[in-house]
Design a protein around this ligand. Structure first.
Ligand code: ADP
Ligand code: MG
Ligand code: MG
Length: 251
């Protein structure tokens, strides 16, 4: 039973076609890694799934947890359980992480007709997730990402993911800029938050080192706007050893 089902997706930016017949399905319980050369359309896929303005779908469909994802606006997608993690998290001066996260969570709960969490309930939840990511609660009291190091931004983003507890996460180069210890903490955080029989992950990465921690069930290669090859974890190892050109030429 797929949790995310992408069929023949075509999408363009400024009239330039980037996704070009992309078909991909992620079953519940799976981590599906996406690898591929620079400029292949990996980040574009993440933005299209998130519903970012300017990314126009011209053909194809995306079903998410039984819904037509493309018919939902970005907030509805998030409230339905879709989480996007980006390579370059934004800074929000004047808004603390705690404020930002509590508002985001309560907006999603409201959409689902659930009661908002009180300040106390929220802080308890935030402490638990910050502990998971080994991020000091003091960091969460500071303005969103302002003055955070690359590793702190990524860990704060994973705390956000833990608090929102999504059904599905699309993580775009979450490992970029992380040192070895931060990489392990972030990878183990992804496992703790997202490894569940009713959840799924699309993990976009260039490197095996993240996949050593977050072991993928499937690995696909995205090139020129479509999926050109899918295999098991061994495909990532071959790509790292042999390079995209060699592996794709053989396929
Ligand atoms: P990847 O994440 O796989 O490296 P991207 O999805 O970022 O690739 O980019 C795919 C292609 O889309 C590239 O050729 C890139 O130059 C182009 N592209 C990305 N963003 C824009 C944009 N805002 N306007 C025009 N072209 C873009
Ligand atoms: Mg890139
Ligand atoms: Mg990218």
């Amino acid at each position: 039973n797929p949790i995310l089902e992408i069929e023949n997706l075509h999408a363009e930016i400024d009239g330039k076609q980037i996704l070009n017949g992309l078909t991909l399905s992620v079953a519940a319980g799976e981590v599906h890694a996406i690898m591929g050369p620079n400029g292949a359309g990996k980040s574009t896929l993440a933005y299209v799934l998130g519903g970012r303005p300017g990314y126009e779908v011209t053909q194809g469909s995306v079903r998410f947890a039984g819904q037509d994802l493309l018919a939902l606006d970005p907030h509805e997608r998030a409230a339905s359980g879709l989480f996007l993690g980006f390579q370059y998290p934004v800074e929000i001066p004047g808004v603390s992480n705690v404020q930002f996260l509590r508002e985001a969570l309560n907006a999603q709960r409201k959409y689902r007709d659930e009661e908002p969490l009180s300040g106390g309930e929220f802080l308890k939840l935030a402490k638990e997730k910050a502990g998971l990511l080994k991020l000091d609660m003091e960091m969460l009291k500071r303005n969103v990402n302002v003055g955070f190091s690359g590793g702190e931004k990524k860990r704060a983003e994973m705390v956000q993911m833990g608090i929102l507890d999504p059904k599905f996460a699309v993580l775009d180069e979450t490992d970029s800029g992380l040192d070895i210890d931060a990489l392990r903490i972030v990878g183990e955080g992804i496992n703790a938050i997202m490894r569940a029989p009713d959840k799924g992950v699309l993990l976009i990465t260039h490197y095996q080192r993240l996949l050593d921690v977050v072991k993928p069930d499937k690995v696909s290669v995205l090139a020129a706007g479509r999926i050109v090859q899918t295999g098991g974890p061994e495909l990532a190892l071959r790509l790292e050893n042999e390079g995209y050109d060699a592996v794709m030429a053989e396929a």
